[in-house]
Design a protein around this ligand. Sequence first.
Ligand code: PBE
Length: 309
Amino acid sequence: MFKLNLKHLGLAAGLSFTLVAAGCGSDDGSDSDNAGSDNGGEANYSEEVDYTITGIEPGAGVVQAAENATESYESLAGWEVETSSSGAMATALGEAYDNEEPIVVTGWTPHWKFAKYDLKYLEDPEGVFGEAEEIKTMVRQGLENEKPNAYKILDQFNWEPADMEEVMLEISNGTTPEDAAATWVEDNAEKVAEWTEGTEEVDGESIELAYVEWDSEVASTNVMKKVLEDQGFDVTITPLDNAVMWQAVANGDADGMVAAWLPATHGAQFEEYGDQVEDLGANLEGAKIGLVVPEYMDVDSIEDLQPAE
Ligand code: PBE
């Protein structure tokens, strides 16, 4: 049987599915609902995605975890993790979804994609992607003495996944990060007042936050920027690679960041830089990373995927 790669067909994926079902899945005929035969249902997904996990930025923890998964799971033997950017992953996911094509992406929560599409995490029985994660705030040493008001606001920053998702969704719908953050801050004055409680306004004091351009961190960092600006700070936010973000806070080039995913996602970075930064605790609980697929794919676990031949 010839190998048909839907990804490369481009057009008319719905039609292609029908052809695959009619042409290739006929050795039995009793099970044609997902373009497969008795032994081919899930196997076809793996082949159709070219044994490729659609990843994001090379420095992301979830990409590293996905690479580890290809080594830990027999079902992922021979698979590749394709790196690009969070934006490119989201585009690929959206295109696959619109065409009801299979796709396996490196995913995380909070993320707007779960509000826009019906998606699911693949079960990870080996725990390669860790359990529940939290997002923590890290600042440079000395910040408390030098900029006590900024320090205190960063320390008191704490919100819920639903808050972050609201900002992310706005941005994904085309609002600029600045405007989406400003709207959220305006609409959530009570919560913001808890973060600024006990601090004094300043007059143009500068503060620099590092981040990575992951959708979640674009949201949180822009919200924190707006909150600090409203308190009189002159705020710079600097997008960096993950490792460089940690390094910048560790060596004092940046004052802090609100983008530390722990204990698993950035475990390696925390190990390297943890004792050179000050850990201000979680700003969000209930985060998660893993392999994410559209709900219409008939697979539940990473173990349901098939190794490359
Ligand atoms: N993420 C979003 C990052 C942390 C925040 C899950 C893509 C990562 O994998 O490092």
